[in-house]
Design a protein around this ligand. Structure first.
Ligand SMILES: NC(=O)c1ccc[n+]([C@@H]2O[C@H](COP(=O)([O-])OP(=O)(O)OC[C@H]3O[C@@H](n4cnc5c(N)ncnc54)[C@H](O)[C@@H]3O)[C@@H](O)[C@H]2O)c1
Length: 427
């Protein structure tokens, strides 16, 4: 078992050694011909919406990993976060950063300004709460979209994402999600073998994101002169209405792999958990959920953000002829196999897949799969919060849970109490 750290949680073998070149990671995609585009005649102009840690890392991955791309516009709620990001980007990818001061936008409407610019594509890397708001605006503006996971925080947001995904498809816009794993050869090869029957009939699976408290990865900011709402947005990972809680924000990576491997979504679930150590925001720090998939396949899902415990990040699929350790690129049993291909940079792969689809005029539509994986995670959270078993159809079609506030702005926004099983209502 491997210990994991940080947010990406992709296993060691998925990272290319730092000395390896971007060209090596390009090669795993097959025939990507960047030569035609490097001269700049069809340079892709990109805008970044959400200039925090991941927005900056995604931009570095884009500019270092894909020739012929320029970052020309940036938008963030907070000026200091945008400036920090711009400084890092100028150091890490000096040739690709072409952001003029007048193309830096801040505040609640920053995303609109980025979308009004002449960018062809945007990276949407804002907190999960804003996903459908920003996705809808980007599709309306006719931009190609790379978006980070998860797809939202509540069933209303997921329904919106599925509807907007249809509009994006009609407009032939490419929409790629920052799943990493779905674009990583070791995962692709392992799951291909599962689908081909290497482990026989699937009978069960396990998904884990057991890690530390994430303080240090994200900060806890003091309030200063911020309004209640701005302060919560500043501290988004720690509030359910903004992050979806860590089962949604983080563990969705593993649940997405399970949906992919099983080629299905859960029919129902029963979860539990709590807040054993955490004392900020209103999210929990541990969940255990059993998801029931078609054909009576049960998936055990565990996620925890508590320091000093054993870490485990990964996915395991159990079949009648063997077991796939998906995160390790390993199949045990009758058809034993181990991935031995080149190691890669998953975040660069995300960006290469995205830009390739734009350049080749072959739009990708990855958002529905991510919306489904996110809904599973949301269901798990709702079941654990309420202490009740939940059905997929109810969550998808009937749940009225919608964390959207009456308005966004520098206003009051009372925090919901920490969920209490047996007392917290389902809606
Ligand atoms: N795929 C991965 O490995 C991975 C890793 C980390 C984070 N993420 C995802 O990336 C997203 C961002 O996470 P992060 O770690 O960068 O967080 P972060 O706090 O470092 O950055 C978020 C940024 O968005 C800005 N922001 C907040 N609300 C905004 C709004 N309405 N409009 C414009 N800007 C706004 C914040 O000021 C901040 O700069 C999340 O969805 C998270 O789940 C993915």
């Amino acid at each position: 078992m491997k210990g994991g750290s940080g947010e990406s949680g992709v296993s060691r073998r998925d990272f290319i050694r730092t000395s390896a070149s971007a060209a090596a990671s390009v090669s795993v995609l097959g025939s990507v011909n960047y030569g035609l585009h490097a001269a700049g005649s069809d340079t892709v102009r990109v805008g970044l919406i959400g200039c925090g840690g991941q927005g900056t890392r995604d931009s570095v991955a884009l500019l270092q990993g894909v020739p012929g791309v320029e970052l020309v516009a940036m938008g963030d709620m907070f000026p200091d976060r945008l400036q920090q990001s711009l400084e890092i980007l100028k150091k890490e990818a000096p040739n690709g950063v072409k952001v003029k001061p007048e193309m830096c936008f801040t505040g609640f409407d920053a995303y609109k300004k980025v979308l009004e610019s002449d960018v062809q594509a945007v990276l949407v890397v804002t907190p999960p709460h804003f996903r459908s708001l920003h996705f809808r605006a980007a599709v309306e503006a006719g931009k190609h979209i790379f978006m980070e996971k998860p797809a939202g925080v509540d069933p209303a947001g997921i329904r919106a994402m599925l509807e907007i995904a249809d509009a994006a498809e009609q407009k032939k816009l490419s929409v790629v999600c920052g799943t990493q794993r779905r674009h990583t050869p070791s995962y692709q090869e392992t799951i291909k073998r599962i689908h081909e029957g290497a482990i026989g009939r699937i009978v069960a699976a396990e998904a884990y994101w057991m890690g530390g408290d994430m303080l240090g990865y994200w900060q806890w900011y003091e309030r200063g002169s911020l309004s209640e709402m701005e302060w919560q947005i500043r501290n988004w990972p720690w509030y359910t209405w903004l992050s979806g809680d860590h089962i949604v924000e983080q563990h969705v990576h593993n649940l997405d792999v399970i949906n992919w491997a099983l080629n299905a979504t859960p029919e129902q679930c029963l979860g539990q958990g709590g807040r054993q150590v955490r004392n900020l925001g209103n999210i929990w720090d541990n969940f255990t959920v059993v998801f029931e998939y078609p054909n009576d396949v049960r998936v055990t899902s565990m996620c925890r953000q508590i320091n000093g415990c054993m870490n485990r990040i990964g996915e395991r699929v159990i079949g009648t002829k063997g077991v796939a350790e998906v995160d390790r690129g390993l199949i045990k049993g009758e058809n034993a196999w181990e991935y031995k291909g080149p190691e890669v940079k998953p975040k660069e792969l995300d960006q290469q897949v995205f830009i390739k689809s734009i350049r080749e005029g072959k739009p990708l539509s990855e958002v529905k799969a991510m919306a489904h994986s996110t809904l599973g995670a949301i269901m798990g959270r709702m079941s654990a919060y309420s202490g009740r078993a939940l059905k997929w159809d109810w969550a998808l079609k009937a749940s009225k849970l919608d964390y959207t506030p009456a308005q966004y702005g520098p206003t009051a926004h009372p925090v919901d109490p920490v969920a209490m099983p047996g007392k917290s209502e389902l809606s």
